[in-house]
Ligand binder design. Structure first.
Ligand code: HEM
Length: 492
């Protein structure tokens, strides 16, 4: 082991990585995912009139729909990414993060931000009990500040925005220091991570501050579209791709198929993704040349994503059986297939011809679940399945439960996405036929019932994972696990 006090250089992974913190991040991620899924289920039940909690204002599905999306983005994805970053960055750079104390501060501050965001949404200004506060606040023109902002994905109350931005700046600093100390040339994973730190900060600032204070009307819509798209493209995507470029070669024990192609993906993402935003607002008063530009840039992004998928399948070439024998690899490559399906779906969705039919329908919600759950959550489940035994120092309690988690999640999201995509087509045709609105609601009902069961399957899969984790943490060994040979490569 080489250790240098001043630069904290060490090749001993146990000193490089704060495993307790990685564990905490993953546990926080799982907690928020559970909350988010319950919020999604509540909304899904409401849409088929099966909401058992009807009439309780604090559990109003309208509020919990926002908690659902915010808890997924900032509670689940951000926490899981931060945990994985704390594992991967020190190992790749051979340097610890800038400050472990700062890492812990960020951990607690981030949980507070996510919880306050949820509180802002749930106890928003329309709540009866907060009326006197709202009245007092409106006197000082602060009415909106008490609750959620009226911007999709930017619902975070305005008083939390500066704190969230400070948190993002500290995250960037904490990881940029080891990256700056690493010996060049930097592996492509680092390129993605560095870009993500800068882009996420800028995206969050743009989306949460500009429409609120500086632009209005159609321009605010254009900025809002850019914001929601960049959250996926410039925060989730570079971190997800960066982590796959790190974990896939490790799991398959071979280098990535083409380093050149991985750079095409990086520069393609950087150049084309920010031009996509207005595709969320086709057929609006936004100038048509911008709408056409967004459509063309979207097609370009689909080609860029295809290069990334090709690169990962090139890497798998010759090791195909790993998809069967190695569960994390199976999670990763199932995510790749869903990625390809998302691109196919998007290729149609982005055309103006198709938009005439599916705009504002459940097709879009199907698309959102396909990419957020089918791709990025699958990758994160694969990473957690691989890392938890290492973080807890024990083998998984039950391989069968891990398989249940995989199959219920994969089939659940496949059914949910297919169902909502079809629902969207039907809704589009109902609306185009100019029948009364209610007719489209009656037509949507069977699809929404199917969504409830698909969601329940995904939630059940998640519960299998949580139960398995709990038993693993307690050190219980299932009889089936006892029978597994020590040499099994099942978890890489
Ligand atoms: C228990 C499983 C789930 C159920 C039942 C569910 C249900 C729902 C429902 C009912 C909506 C609102 C749709 C509408 O407004 O018409 C929604 C939106 C959304 N959900 Fe889920 N969801 C689940 C899991 C997830 C997960 C795990 C993710 C991400 C990892 C996710 C991501 C999203 C996104 C991004 C939206 C916004 C879609 C849009 O506005 O187009 N959902 N979900």
């Amino acid at each position: 082991m080489i250790t240098n006090e001043t630069t904290s250089t060490t090749t001993d992974p146990s000193e490089l990585v704060d495993e307790r913190l990685v564990r905490w991040y993953f546990l926080a991620a799982c907690t928020f995912l559970g909350v988010s899924m319950l919020g999604g289920l509540l909304m899904a039940f409401q849409l088929v009139h099966w909401n058992p909690l009807n009439g309780i204002e604090l559990l109003a599905p309208g509020r919990w729909r926002m908690v659902h999306t915010n808890a997924v983005a900032y509670g689940f994805l951000a926490n899981a990414f931060l945990g994985a970053l704390h594992w991967a960055v020190p190992r790749l750079t051979l340097h610890q993060v800038a400050s472990r104390a700062l890492s812990y501060f960020i951990f607690f501050a981030w949980q507070a931000i996510v919880l306050l965001t949820a509180a802002g949404i749930i106890f928003g200004p329309s709540l009866q009990t907060s009326q006197w506060v709202a009245a007092a606040a409106s006197k000082y023109h602060l009415a909106m500040s008490l609750g959620a902002q009226g911007l999709e994905w930017g619902e975070t109350p305005f008083w939390i925005d500066p704190v969230a931005l400070l948190g993002l700046a500290l995250v960037a600093y904490n990881f940029m220091v080891p990256i700056a100390r690493a010996k060049p040339p930097l592996y492509v994973t680092m390129w993605y991570f560095m870009a993500a730190f800068v882009w996420t900060f800028l995206t969050y600032a743009m989306g949460n501050l500009m429409p609120e204070y500086h632009v209005a009307g159609t321009s605010a819509g254009a900025v809002g579209g850019l914001f929601i798209h960049d959250l996926v493209g410039l925060f989730v995507t570079p971190l997800g791709w960066g982590l796959m470029y790190y974990f896939v070669p490790i799991m398959l024990k071979k280098p990535i198929w083409s380093h050149g192609l991985s750079l095409v993906g990086f520069w393609g993402l950087a150049f084309f993704y920010p031009l996509n935003g207005i595709h969320h607002f086709l057929y609006t008063p936004i100038p048509m040349f911008l709408q056409y530009g967004a459509v063309i840039a979207t097609v370009a992004v689909e080609l860029v994503v295809t290069t990334v998928i090709v690169n990962f399948f090139g890497t798998l070439w010759g090791n195909g059986r790993a998809v069967v024998t190695n569960l994390p690899v199976r999670w990763f490559y199932t995510g790749m297939i869903f990625y390809f399906l998302t691109c196919l779906q998007c290729a149609m969705q982005v055309t103006l011809t198709f938009q005439k039919l599916i705009h504002f329908t459940d097709w879009v919600v199907g698309h959102a679940h396909l990419v957020m759950f089918g791709v990025f959550s699958m990758w994160l489940f694969g990473i957690m399945t691989y890392l938890f035994p290492r973080l807890l120092g024990r083998n998984w309690y039950s391989h069968a439960l891990l398989e249940w988690h995989y199959w219920l999640s994969a089939l659940g999201v496949l059914v949910m996405a297919t169902d909502l995509i079809l629902a969207g087509l039907f809704q589009g045709y109902f609306w185009a036929s100019l029948q009364p609105w209610d007719v489209s609601l009656v037509g949507s009902y069977p699809f929404w019932v199917t969504r409830v069961f698909a969601g329940l399957a995904m939630f059940l899969g998640f519960l299998c994972f949580v139960y398995n984790l709990w038993m693993t943490y307690r050190g219980v060994r299932s009889p089936a696990a006892e029978a597994t040979p020590a040499s099994a490569t099942w978890l890489g």
